[in-house]
Design a protein around this ligand. Structure first.
Ligand code: NDP
Ligand code: MG
Ligand code: MG
Length: 341
């Protein structure tokens, strides 16, 4: 088994002795900045001129500076702007403000792995990558728990980059849950694969096909929604608690047999071949290029696919049904997102 690092393996005073700049105040940025602050770390937030997030960060009592000023002031810069803008932000406002002994941190290795950012040799480079959405990272921290983090050491100019990354992970709650050391390449490629093949791409497509199959056969869309999407959370909760085995233990014997005989009919060996092709496109950089080229052109493919996804009938059905669930809580953060629409 790979080694896991917990609170006792990390020294919080290391990060408490640094000046941290969190660049971006979105999903991950707000979680890191607030939890670092709550852990006694000297933190400032770097945002672009006219940023929409500025007021939110200031309302939390955080100091907000232009990116270049935040980077110049800090000796640890955590880049949590969207992946597609990081290279531009780095070149314009960060590169010239990196002094020997500084550290450049990331929430995901995309820009390092695919070469869009090439830091100088005199800084530490490491990701502290939470394995969960930013709003959950913050929610867990506030509840006294944490979301697991991956750390890696890409450049170790100080000779202490790993201790620094562990200390940072402790300050955002990561070592409460467990931290695993990896490499930028492994973190980036497995993260992209997981979200494309299973977590986002796979699960979304599976739910849509399931919904379409039932709706086209004449069943009520509301019932279809419950059966293929709503209940997914309950099943996944069991998987998280005790693996696939615990899900099979909890469901009826009828459902368990259906799992064994129909799972492989729906997700057959072609799906694994498709997954291998997806992984190959990630490893070759083809996916990264497609994303960055599209973004450079203003994101026409991205916007079109997003529009198409929002128009799928499963979304309209879900919007109506979720109004009935008073127990699906909408925190302030969630009120911004599609859940509340
Ligand atoms: P978001 O899209 O939520 O980040 C938006 C924030 O970045 C906003 O504050 C935005 O400001 C700011 N921003 C946009 N452009 C710039 C700019 N040019 N200069 C400075 N700030 C800018 O990003 P995520 O939190 O989703 O992702 C951040 C990183 O974390 C990525 O590397 C991602 O892969 C990684 N990650 C994300 C996870 C997640 O849960 N979302 C999970 C694990 C890793 P404004 O309000 O002005 O637009
Ligand atoms: Mg990701
Ligand atoms: Mg059922």
């Amino acid at each position: 088994m790979t080694e896991l690092y917990y609170d006792d393996d990390a020294d919080l005073s290391i990060i408490q002795g640094r000046k941290v700049a969190v660049i971006g105040y979105g999903s991950q940025g707000h979680a890191h900045a607030l939890s670092l602050r709550d852990s006694g770390v000297d933190v400032r937030v770097g945002l672009a001129e006219g940023s929409k997030s500025k007021a939110k960060a200031e309302a939390e009592g955080l100091r907000v500076l232009p990116v270049a000023e935040a980077a110049a002031e800090a000796d640890l810069i955590m880049i949590l702007a969207p992946d597609q803008v990081q290279a531009k932000v780095y070149a314009a406002s960060i590169a010239d403000n990196l002094k020997a002994g500084d550290a450049l941190f990331f929430g995901h290795g995309f820009n390092i792995r695919f070469g869009f950012i090439q830091p100088p040799a005199h800084v530490d480079v490491a990701p502290v990558a939470p394995k969960g959405p930013g709003h959950i990272v913050r929610r867990e921290f506030e509840a006294g728990r944490g979301v697991p983090d991956l750390i890696a050491v890409e450049q170790n100019a100080s000779g202490k980059a790993k201790e620094l990354a562990l200390s940072y992970a402790k300050a955002i709650g990561g070592t409460r849950a467990g931290v695993i050391e990896t490499t930028f390449t492994e973190e980036t490629e497995t993260d992209l694969f997981g979200e494309q093949a299973v977590l986002c791409g796979g699960a979304s497509q599976l739910g849509q096909y399931g919904f379409e199959t039932l709706a086209e056969a004449g069943y009520k869309p509301e019932i279809a929604y419950f059966e293929v999407l709503h209940e997914l959370k309950l099943i996944v909760d069991l998987m998280v608690e005790g693996g696939i085995a615990r899900q099979r233990w909890s469901v009826s014997d009828t459902a368990e047999l259906g799992d064994y005989v129909s799972g492989p009919r729906v997700i057959d060996e072609h799906v694994k071949e498709n997954m291998k092709a997806v992984l190959a496109d990630i490893q070759s950089g083809a996916f990264a290029k497609r994303f960055m080229d599209d973004q450079a052109a203003g994101g026409p493919e991205f916007q079109e696919l997003r529009r198409k996804g929002e128009q799928h009938p499963i979304e309209a059905t879900g919007r109506e049904l979720r109004k009935l669930f008073s127990w699906i809580k909408s925190s302030d953060d969630y009120n911004e997102g599609p859940v509340a629409r």
